[in-house]
Design a protein around this ligand. Structure first.
Ligand SMILES: *[C@@H]1O[C@H](CO)[C@@H](O)[C@H](O)[C@H]1NC(C)=O
Ligand SMILES: *[C@@H]1O[C@H](CO)[C@@H](O)[C@H](O)[C@H]1NC(C)=O
Ligand SMILES: *[C@@H]1O[C@H](CO)[C@@H](O)[C@H](O)[C@H]1NC(C)=O
Ligand SMILES: *[C@@H]1O[C@H](CO)[C@@H](O)[C@H](O)[C@H]1NC(C)=O
Ligand SMILES: [Cu+2]
Length: 780
């Protein structure tokens, strides 16, 4: 029966096609999107059904001023072409998501589900993770994306799907939380809007649109690993070469990249959302010429509005402000400068960046005045927010002076009134002890002079300079103690990441590696301690962190010689209340701080203290934060200056009992330590069948790869469904045929819906193998 055979083979072909095409509709991984018109970017309405917002993030090595930039900047319009990353006009390698820096903006409504497929295709084979900065991940700690704390890195050629609720409204951002990848471009904004009817500040602004997001970052000429090794192993402090505003900046050396522009109309009130993904100790002073700023929220939390002329933003912080434009009748310029001035280490090289606030889209002229680093200074009686002095005054508003719009969830500020269940004193310390990480062989003695970074600069000329020992006091000091002086720690402990993430593989973490001030044996002020610094609290404990900065020697403090250092401390998984910010004029020790507290000299705010998740802690000061440990999991607490985290200025908060932690989805990435010493208990030897081999030197973190490569749960399910369909379709057709032959009637034709809606979006997979490249050899 030829016809039957034909139908049967056609069925088989269709089945084959179904099983192949339903597996991965994204045939071309470079089919990337900037998501500027994502269906989830909409006006949020009360009572609207939440959406599922799917994004595909292609992570790869890329470059600024790639071929995609064509004639940029000769033809300015080309600088905005898809896949053109301008940076500040200088060529440099970057890490990018969807060939954008900043990466795609996630813009959703409160209550939506965000689903991001992260596809790691970085050439050098680094593993990666993405952290959702500002989202507490309440109940989904394993989606926090902290490498080696909440998950293993996503290895090269593998994908992972992050899926979580957009439960915290406000201005947030996403960024890589593996190694120092954020520094090289892996970050982007994430805005979670509320229906306007639910926004307590709704009456203060008329316009709140994605175009008015300001994403800032400090940017250097080289890959940040260079900054990092120079900080570790040379005398050179890393420096930034520029600040980027939404990925754009000017330099004197490169192309003249057009400034980022923000367009407004006269007589309206605009909500701006500003985010700073800082890498170095480079806080930014922000001001808009000719306008006052009405500050309304920080880190996604509303506070009672305060009007200022300027403010400072530290790495990891976010601010929302309302810009009241000039009235239509009011005389005004066509355009105004927005100034972003780098401080502290950025002050040394006088880094400043501008953007343009433009009233008319017709005009293209720069504002008339010239902007220089030196003419960007606070005016007389200028009111400013978040100044690094840490001292409050009429014109100097500190974070602690802000008043939260809301009390806590109990309708009263119980968390501020009660005595905390746990109080931790945490000193933001710097160690001058010899550290073998920096210099392992004994120091051979004083050289006659210290070289300061002879290196090839952008134009390939070798430049060098020397500091003569006999000329400089500093150099003499250095000679006595050649190891780095800025070994940044918390409570004199250098935090190391564990060999497996405790949240998802607690049993694989050797508990001997965990430490804190209580269980540590040695005196960490005499000998460098490095371990997985872990503090433990019980579920629902009211926790207080008393943070204090004890700087260098009495002498250095007295002379105010050391450059100002403000550490923006970021706590994952919680919103904290800032109850105290106290500047100390004299040097202090933790004991001294405790004694002051006993004597009642440290005042805490008892009502409407502001909420934050990133808290700048300035030099010689005490900052007290409080939070309820209502989100079980392991949460990272660290300085958000990228290189400080890498140095070890971090700790892990264990909140609650491990056995009560929410369980990660099956097929979550796994990894282990491969050293004999760190073998998980019960294993006498490494079983090569149940653990993957270290892959080609680039991936020694993947595990159970062979198994998951081909038969993860999802593949199994798809194969199963395909098999069922394959059996069912011919059977149905056969039945129809028989029926038709009997009745000599036409059977109605029905289209089969074979691909489920779930697969309409990017393929969801936690498999460690890239499904689109099954034929590609994989290093094993
Ligand atoms: C810039 O490029 C666009 C499109 O490629 C073109 O239409 C335009 O004429 C160019 N402008 C200049 C000044 O060359
Ligand atoms: C260091 O200073 C000494 C004495 O002033 C001078 O002779 C020598 O040349 C200097 N060395 C360098 C490398 O500048
Ligand atoms: C600073 O504190 C030390 C001891 O705590 C004290 O001896 C010294 O006099 C103080 N200096 C000032 C300027 O208050
Ligand atoms: C790897 O596979 C083996 C054998 O199926 C299993 O016993 C082990 O728990 C797996 N390990 C991980 C990390 O999934
Ligand atoms: Cu820091």
């Amino acid at each position: 029966m030829g016809r039957m055979q034909f139908i049967a083979s056609a069925c088989l072909l269709v089945c084959f096609w179904i099983s192949v095409s339903c597996r991965d509709p994204r045939k071309n991984p470079y089919d990337i999107d900037d998501y500027k018109t994502h269906p989830c970017l909409r006006t949020c309405k009360e009572g609207e059904k939440p959406k599922k917002c799917i994004y595909y993030f292609l992570v790869e090595h890329y470059t600024t001023m790639s071929a995609a930039c064509y004639d940029c900047p000769s033809n300015k319009s080309h600088c905005a072409l898809p896949q053109c990353i301008t940076g500040n006009g200088l060529y440099r390698p970057v890490l990018s998501v969807n060939r954008m820096v900043p990466g795609p903006a996630i813009q959703v409504c409160h209550g939506d589900t965000i689903e991001v497929v992260v596809d790691n295709r970085m050439e050098l084979g680094e593993g990666t993770t993405i952290h959702w900065h500002g989202l507490r991940q309440h109940g989904t700690p394993y989606m926090d994306g902290t490498s080696m704390i909440t998950q293993c890195p996503i290895t090269k050629w593998s994908k992972m799907t992050y899926s979580f609720k957009a439960a915290d409204a406000g201005t947030h951002f996403w960024h890589s939380h593996a190694a120092i990848q954020r520094s090289d471009g892996l970050f982007g904004s994430m805005i979670i809007r509320q229906p306007i009817s639910m926004d307590p500040h709704a009456s203060l602004f008329d316009v709140d649109i994605p175009e008015h997001t300001i994403m800032l970052n400090d940017w250097s000429k080289r890959m940040s690993v260079e900054s990092f090794v120079s900080l570790f192993h040379t005398e050179e402090l890393p420096y930034a070469s520029g600040i980027l505003v939404n990925g754009r900046g000017r330099t004197n050396e490169g192309f003249k990249i057009p400034d980022e522009e923000f367009t407004v109309k006269a007589g309206l009130r605009y909500r701006f959302r500003i985010i700073f993904s800082g890498i170095l100790n480079c806080p930014i002073y922000v001001r808009i010429d000719g306008h006052k700023l009405l500050m309304i929220a920080t880190d996604g939390k509303d506070f009672e509005p305060v009007e200022v002329d300027s403010f400072r933003i530290y790495s990891g912080e976010r601010y929302d402000f309302v810009l009241n434009t000039k009235g239509e009748q009011e005389p005004h310029s066509e355009s105004y400068w927005m100034r972003f001035k780098g401080l502290d280490t950025c002050a040394t090289s006088k880094i400043i960046q501008t953007a343009i606030l433009r009233y008319s889209t017709d005009a293209s002229q720069d504002p008339p005045v010239e902007v220089t680093y030196d003419n960007t200074v606070p005016g007389a009686n200028e009111v400013t927010l978040n100044d690094q002095s840490g001292v409050s005054s009429q014109t100097n508003i500190q974070i602690v002076d802000l008043r939260s719009l809301k009390n806590d969830q109990h309708g009263e500020d119980r968390d501020l009134l009660e005595e905390p269940d746990k109080r931790f004193h945490i000193v933001l310390s710097q160690s001058a002890l010899p550290d073998t990480r920096f210099l392992s062989p004994p120091y051979p003695g004083c050289p006659s002079a210290f070289p300061t970074h002879p290196r090839y600069d952008a134009t390939e000329t070798l430049s060098s300079s020397w500091t003569n020992i006999s000329e400089s006091e500093d150099a003499k000091e250095k000679c006595k103690n050649p190891t780095r002086r800025n070994n940044l720690q918390l409570n004199h402990i250098t935090c190391r990441l564990p060999p497996a993430p405790p949240l998802t593989q607690y049993d694989d973490v050797d508990k001997k590696l965990l430490c804190n001030g209580v269980n540590i044996q040695s005196d960490c002020t005499k000998k460098i301690c490095d371990c997985v610094h872990t503090l433990t609290v019980d579920k629902d404990d009211l926790v207080e962190f008393v943070l204090s900065t004890v700087r260098g020697s009495q002498k250095a403090n007295a002379e105010h010689k050391a450059p100002l250092l403000v550490h923006p401390m970021h706590l994952h998984g919680h919103n904290v209340r800032v109850v105290t910010m106290l500047r100390l004029n004299n040097v202090s020790s933790m004991a001294e701080v405790q004694a002051m507290d006993k004597r009642g000299e440290i005042i805490r705010i008892r009502s409407r203290a502001p909420y934050k998740d990133t808290i700048p802690v300035t030099d010689r000061s005490i900052v007290i934060i409080r939070f309820r440990a209502d989100n079980p999991g392991f949460w990272f607490f660290h300085c958000h200056i990228e290189l400080h985290t890498e140095l070890g200025m971090a700790l892990v908060l264990q909140s609650g009992n491990v056995k009560d932690f929410p369980k990660p989805p099956r097929m979550f990435p796994k990894c282990y330590s491969w050293s004999e010493d760190d073998e998980p208990a019960g294993d006498d030897h490494v079983d090569l069948n149940s653990r993957s081999l270290p892959g080609g030197g680039e991936d020694n973190l993947g595990a159970n790869k062979t198994e998951r490569d081909f038969l993860d749960g999802e593949s199994l399910m798809i194969v199963g469904v395909a098999a069922l369909v394959c059996l069912a379709v011919p059977a149905v057709l056969l039945a129809l045929l028989v029926y038709r032959q009997r009745r000599q009637n036409r059977a109605p034709y029905r289209r089969l819906k074979y691909c489920s809606a779930r697969h309409a979006g990017p393929y969801r997979s936690t498999s460690t193998r890239d499904e689109t490249n099954v034929d590609q050899p994989h290093a094993m």
